[in-house]
Design a protein around this ligand. Structure first.
Ligand SMILES: [Zn+2]
Length: 265
């Protein structure tokens, strides 16, 4: 089995990435200390930087091919090349967004044309309502460039809480990172999984669960959500797909002595 693919019951998950930016952890987490980051073996390089990831996951469920989030589409973005190496963008039936940040909607269109020409696009209604407010959209080029054209093309559907993407995939509200952020639960043939979205941005938050990156729009809400979700995932031993965690982003939250840690596969 290739290292980028796992199966849960009858569901297949395929990890895709749009790039691996190198940055100081103090940039997204300015209230933390570099010594705390050094507690995590192998996380930082010799310059105290870590490798982030713009991750997407493709999901096969009940005969449908679904991709969750579409990366950033910077000049050196790799998502479409990675996708074409592992499958056919024209075969994608549904594009689902965990939330509407620029690094999750980037490859919706190129030069005004949908990159997934046969797909419908599903956005959380609460996040759509937030980002399409005129005063918010005015300062968010990714909404103007990558989301509103989907509405003009009549390609977008909005998801209410608990939306069933298929019989095996259901959204669950996990607000705070953005007001309408959702995660996705997977249940198939007795196996379970969880597509985390940006409930956590870095594996250090397994232990430092209070930490909020500067991207969290409502930090108090995201902190509460993160504790609830990570506690549940740890207690129930559920397989997680985490978009910003190291490739392929699949693993478990487990307890080692007094610390909760991320155990990637
Ligand atoms: Zn993100």
């Amino acid at each position: 089995m290739p290292d980028h693919t796992i199966t849960l019951g009858n569901v297949e998950l395929i990890s895709l990435s749009d790039g691996f930016p190198l940055r100081s952890p103090l940039t997204p987490f300015p209230d933390t200390k570099i010594e705390q980051w050094r507690e995590f073996p192998g996380l930082l390089d010799g310059n105290d930087q870590y490798t982030s990831r713009y991750g997407t996951v493709a999901v096969r469920s009940e005969g449908k091919l679904i991709i969750v989030d579409t990366g950033l589409q910077e000049a050196d973005g790799t998502l479409m090349d990675d996708m074409k190496a592992k499958g056919d963008p024209a075969a994608v039936d549904l594009v689902v967004f965990t939330h509407l940040h620029p690094d999750h909607v980037g490859w919706n269109l190129t030069n005004g044309r949908p990159n997934f020409p046969n797909a419908r696009y599903l956005a959380p209604r609460k996040d759509w309502d937030y980002w399409t407010q005129p005063e918010v959209a005015a300062g968010a080029a990714h909404i103007t460039n990558q989301m509103l054209p989907l509405q003009d093309l009549n390609l977008i559907d909005l998801m209410d809480d608990g939306y069933k993407i298929t019989g095996e995939l259901t959204t669950v509200p996990t607000p705070g990172h953005t007001p309408g952020h959702v995660s996705i639960t997977i249940a198939s043939a007795g196996e379970r999984g969880y597509i985390l979205g940006d409930v956590a941005h870095n594996l250090a938050q397994a232990h430092y669960t209070d930490w909020c990156p500067i991207f969290d729009i409502e930090p108090e809400v995201s902190r509460k959500t993160r504790h609830q979700v990570l506690d549940m995932l740890e207690a129930e031993g559920i397989m997680v797909s985490a978009g910003h965690f190291p490739h392929p982003g699949f693993g478990h939250f487990v307890r080692v002595a007094s610390r909760r840690v991320w155990q990637g596969i």
